[in-house]
Design a protein around this ligand. Structure first.
Ligand code: AHR
Length: 661
């Protein structure tokens, strides 16, 4: 008997210890006032901020495969290797800045008498990503010198040294001419190089040596990398802010972004160094330049393609204040202001206006419908306010309907922030850009940031934000789930306050896995592949579930901003007649949301629920596991106007329910 009892006890203990641990679960009583919409959500609410940092443009979304294609880098042959250097044959870099100041250098290849061939090899941007059976378009500006008869053999070569695609060209005239040839690659290779062999006699001049894949976005020749644009399009962004960021300002004024130098023919766009090239000693990128193949026309076109409002940011006559902090004297701001006025004409002017004509000649007679423009990026101090005033006066005098975006500098609080906020409020600023780079705890805490914001003040553009797993500018920051979840919590606060928060964007956007300077970033890529981070999916879920009006969502008559570790917001979509709930469970416990849809009309029998979660806060997506943390969507049965939803630990949930008419 005693033995039987012992066995029973052992069995029971075994049973208990093998049973799944039922996580502690709380019931949260939530009310959504469906019939009391609070405010409109602007179509621009969730957008994208593009900056050419981390090889985002050259080596990234701009699909050019040849690095230093026109020999204009500080070291003219950077990215190029001479094949057969032992020959007396050579390459000479010629600078014709007198006759061509925007693209002064070219290469002269000479084959010495008695030599057979000579070659140049381009390494691409950390290699070239080449796809099997894909067509590649090679082009070059070339001319033969007097008496020369040189031909070119073009080879794509794999890392192992195998030729995976080839073509040939025979430039036939003595004046500059563009030659093109297309060929198909027979293998996929992420680190190919381009070899060009020269044969014959004499000398051949070369410039703008270029190689593009055929499968660019919308198959545009010389266009953008389709996989990267697709990731942006999938976000359905409300706006596209470009081209930066500090890139707008330049480390010094000479290297500020000047949009006029980025439009027209690519060979006439004057290249400059990228300011991120030497910014961080721990992430030097000496081969980082801006060819402006992705220039202002292409930015506007990209915005149009993905249905986003364009938001260009211009230099206000101040170089980056973290670097030289140079300023243009107030009485010499005219060219900067003229750039802003001309940009509006470039975007919106009729085809017979000076700058509208440039746009038309580039293939876009219709206006781009520019509605907003940014004056300066992340400036601070009285020197900014003084310059901002001059810009506003001039822009509003000519274009009263254009909204002007200004900013409070790099920090969301502190002396400089408060000064700028106070001055901009006095000046009746329209939209003010605030930047938040902070730890995940800051994001959780600041979900309430705009709950008590002055409703009579300017509108907010949450223009740059990202939770930092270590600290800002640390090379060890991770795009982990803890950061993404904290951002989701913060974003419920932005949505709840959509009456004042009108635009929001994560920063930075892109990073090449081998060429980055700044982390974390929303989308990472190598030469062939790309993936959205955990943060990307948070952004996408907000943007794809935007809604048109904010609905009050309350627990115990208060907004849900961290009580029981829960953060939530609700919206209504007038276009689809749907109620949209967003719930972030930041705890390690299952929680049960009991949501009363107060004032709702009859609901459709099926709703949609999308959950993004991970039980590991350190989890990240990667090139090898691109969707490790990604949304899972399913249908559910709607039972009346009370919803009981289990919220998984560390989860972000979006629920859509349709109201029937
Ligand atoms: O997003 C990276 C940088 O952070 C931006 O260029 C700048 O605006 C901010 O300091």
């Amino acid at each position: 008997m005693r033995c039987k009892v012992t066995i029973l006890v052992i069995l029971l203990i075994g049973l208990i210890t093998s049973m799944p641990v039922i996580a502690q679960s709380r019931v949260l009583g939530i009310v959504v006032k469906v019939d009391q919409p609070k405010a409109a959500i602007q179509p621009t609410m969730w957008g994208i901020f593009f900056e050419d940092i981390n090889l985002a443009a050259d080596g990234g979304i701009y699909a050019e495969l040849v690095k230093n294609r026109s020999f204009e880098f500080a070291k003219p042959l950077m990215g190029w290797k001479i094949l057969k250097p032992d020959t007396t044959t050579g390459v000479l870099i010629i600078n014709q800045s007198e006759s061509n100041p925007v693209n002064p250098r070219y290469a002269r290849i000479s084959i010495a008498v008695g030599e057979k061939s000579f070659g140049l090899s381009n390494e691409g941007f950390r290699g070239m990503g080449i796809k099997k059976d894909m067509t590649y378009h090679f082009s070059v500006f070339a001319r033969q010198t007097e008496g020369s008869t040189m031909t070119m053999r073009i080879e794509l070569v794999s890392l192992a040294g195998k030729i995976i695609g080839k073509a040939s060209l025979s430039p036939d005239v003595k004046s500059w001419k563009k030659y093109s040839v297309s060929f198909i690659s027979n293998a996929t290779e992420s680190k190919a190089k381009l070899n060009i062999w020269f044969e014959g006699k004499g000398s051949l001049d070369l410039d703008m040596i270029s190689l593009f894949p055929d499968d660019t976005w919308k198959n545009r020749p010389g266009g953008l990398r389709a996989d990267l644009v697709q990731l942006l399009a999938d976000m359905k962004p409300g706006f596209l802010r470009f081209p930066g960021g500090c890139i707008v300002e330049g480390r010094d004024l000479a290297n500020r972004y000047q949009w006029k130098k980025t439009v027209g023919k690519v060979e006439d766009r004057q290249m400059i160094v990228n300011r991120w090239n030497t910014e961080f000693t721990h992430r030097q990128t000496p081969d980082y330049y801006q060819t402006f193949g992705l220039g202002f026309f292409e930015y506007f076109q990209l915005a149009e393609d993905i249905g986003a409002e364009p938001l260009p940011i211009l230099s206000c006559g101040m170089a980056c204040q973290f670097n030289t902090a140079e300023v243009v004297p107030l009485d010499q701001l005219d060219p900067y202001i003229q750039d802003a006025l001309d940009l509006i004409e470039f975007a919106n002017g009729t085809p017979d206006s000076k700058w509208g004509k440039v746009r038309t000649q580039m293939g876009h007679p219709a206006p781009f419908n520019l509605k907003m423009i940014g004056v300066g990026n992340e400036q601070w101090g009285s020197q900014y306010i003084e310059r901002y005033i001059v810009f506003v006066k001039a822009i509003k005098a000519k274009y009263p309907d254009i909204k002007i975006v200004t900013g409070t500098g790099p920090s969301p609080d502190g002396k400089d922030y408060e000064y700028a906020a106070r001055e901009l409020k006095k000046l009746n600023a329209e939209i003010v850009d605030e930047h938040y780079y902070a730890n995940p705890e800051w994001f959780l805490k600041n979900a309430t940031r705009y709950d008590s914001y002055d409703r009579n003040s300017y509108k907010i553009f949450a223009g740059e934000y990202a939770a930092q797993s270590k600290f800002t500018c640390s090379p060890d920051n991770q795009n982990n789930w803890q950061c993404a979840l904290a951002e989701a919590a913060f974003m419920t606060g932005l949505e709840r306050n959509a009456d004042v928060v009108n635009l929001c964007s994560y920063a930075p956007l892109f990073a090449h896995v081998e060429g980055w300077q700044w982390t974390p970033d929303l989308i990472w890529f190598d030469n062939l592949k790309s993936f959205g981070t955990t943060n990307y999916y948070v952004q996408k879920m907000f943007s794809n579930n935007k809604g048109t009006q904010v609905l009050p969502m309350l627990k115990g008559n208060k907004p849900i901003t961290g009580q029981d570790g829960l953060y939530a917001s609700a919206a209504f979509d007038e276009k689809t007649n749907e109620i949209i709930l967003k719930l972030v469970n930041s705890t390690d416990k299952v929680q049960n949301a009991n949501v009363l849809l107060d004032g709702a009309k009859r609901l459709a029998p099926k709703g949609k629920i999308t959950v993004l979660k991970s039980d590991d806060l350190n989890r990240v997506n990667s090139l090898d596991q691109p969707t490790l943390v990604s949304p899972v969507e399913q249908e559910f049965t709607v039972k009346g106007k009370t919803l009981n939803q289990e919220l998984a630990p560390y989860s972000f949930t979006v629920i859509r329910m349709k109201q029937l008419k």
